[in-house]
Each structure stands twice: as C-alpha cells, then as structure tokens.
Design a protein. Sequence first.
Length: 375
Amino acid sequence: MHVLFAGGGTAGHINPALAVASALRARDATLKISYIGTKKGLESRLVPEAGYAFYTIDVAGFQRKLSVQNLKRNVSAVRKVFSASHDAKRLLKDLKPDVVVGTGGYVSGPVLREAVKLGIPTLIHEQNAFPGVTTKMLAPKVDRVLLAMPKAAQYLKCRTEPLIVGNPVRSALKTSTKPEARKKLGIPEGEPMLLSFGGSLGARPINEAIAGLMADRENQPPYYHIHATGKSGYQTTLALLKQMNVDIDGDRLRVREYIDDMDLCLAAADLVVCRAGAITLSELEVCGKPSILIPSPYVAENHQYHNAMSLCEAGAAVVIEEKDLTPERLSAAVRELLFDASRLNKMHQKALEIALPDAADQIAAAVMKLAAERN
C-alpha cells in the first residue's frame, strides 16, 4: 500500500502528518509513504529527516490584509494555482498512491483536488476548532473528514459524517510523570510550578507580560517558573528583566530561549501560560494541564481564539485575549489559579476528559480502512 501525504507551511500541519506516518509504519513496516510539500516550507527539512520520500509543487497562500505588496503576492498566487494543479496531477499519476491524506495548509489544496478528480481515495484531517479555508473547500469533495475538535463540524459541509479523533501528540508526553520530571529538572515536589512560552519564535506581548509577572514575584507566594522567550525575544526579554531588577539567576526562575524538553516541563508544571495553537492545546489536554491561554490574533481567521474557547468552555482553561493582556491582568490570573489546588485539580480533570490521546492510531486506522474499501 502507498499512502501520500500533502500539507505544510507550519509545524502544526507537518507534525500531525509525520505522527500518522509513524503510526502507519508501526502497523505495516512494508507500507510505502510519500509526501508532497513546497521547497520553501518547513516540510522540506522535516519530512526528509523523518526518512520519507519528498516531492514538491510551487504554490502560495493568499494574503488577507490589503496592501499593494499583498496584491502583487495574490496575483502571483493565482498564477501558481494553475501550475500547482498541473504538477500535482503529474505527480499523482507517477506515484500512483492508494490513498491521499491532507493535513492542511495551502499546499494540500491542489493535491487533494486533483486526487479527487483522478478517483484516488482522499482523507483530510483538520487540527483547529475553526477550519481553515482549504479544509472548507475540500470537505464536500473528499471521502473522509477527520476533526481534532467537535466544534469544527458546524463550519463544514461533508459528504459523510466527520470523525472526531483529536490531534496526534508526541509519545513522550504520554509517558513522562510529574515526580520523574521534577527530579530531572531539580524542582522539589509540592512546590507550585508555572510554565510559560509563546512559540519557537516568541511573542513580544507575552514576553513583556511575563517580564511584568516576574517583577511582581515578591508580591506572590514562592513558586518555580520556567519561561521560553523564543528565538527572536531572548535578548530583549533578558534586557527588560535586567531593567526591572529581576534576578534571573535565582533557583526558582529559569529563562530559556527554547524548550527542547517539553515533555519534562509539561509533566512538571501545575499551570501553563501559552498561545492556543491546535497541537499545543492537544498536548495540554493529554497531559491534563490547566492553562491560561493567550490566542494569537495574527493567524488566519482568528482560529486560535476558537481553539482556546473550546478548552475554556470545557472548564480546562482561562482565556486572556492579547488586546486585554497586561502584566497586572496576567499576574492576577496566575495568583488566582496557581495557589488554588482545588481549582487546579478540577481543571486538570476537565482537560483529561476532553483529551484524545490515541489520535495518530485512529487516523492511521481510518486511512487503512479507506484504502481497503476502495481497492
């Protein structure tokens, strides 16, 4: 059997595909797996590193903000739609996959559209509570639609009933325990711990609010705090903390550029402050972590806000929109939650209740079932 994946642009579209590919290989080591993406996307590095055959088409997304520069980009994107469809059709005829799986992003559009026309079984997986444009366009045409969050179904017209499967998450997150993680991080049991981050590149509003929170530590009971600034915010955040006379060399405060041991940090944390990307939220759910979510307002169709509200409505998170974010507001929210063991435990239970920890296996099963039905 040959399974072809299409999706890319951001890790949120690529990592789910790689997780499902791994689950498929675990079921059948002889399975052939290929991937179509773009040369410039993150997938051009991550997919070959994972050991899968990688092919490219030249396609670009449309810019929603009006400007002369974006108008030029959109004209170029329109031209690429036609060439991308032609290249996708050629690749599909050459590769002859048994099923094509789309995980979102503009690159999956032309690949799945052409696969439908060629009669190849197709399946898409939507990671967000508010579906992207590509998913909305493809949902009425593909054979199966798989969703991470039930809320997404109300925005889609599907040929068949969509299946709620969740988002695939790293296996290490399911196996790390709090005592073991705290021991490795040097954080004693019983001490409250806050984990905060704004993404791999960082988010200036979050870094600034966190700096204010750190400066307010003397007005809070003692707690441990690990914060990742992101690549672009590390030096500026350190300078801001120095200006605020925050002792970043203290044993309870750790400022990093990036968290490369997220399984340990999440397992050790009592409360998490972060953005509301779909994969991040699925990781919070699987780990049962109470959270303060600050959705990014700069993403397509404000989908992070919809993601965050899914957890908020379930009782697993508190949402602070970026327009309302201040150091004082964040400090108050942290103080209200971090030292209230009863409320944290309730939020912990609510997060676990909505978690779907076997998403990769469910998607892999759906892929194999679809291929078997059509062959």
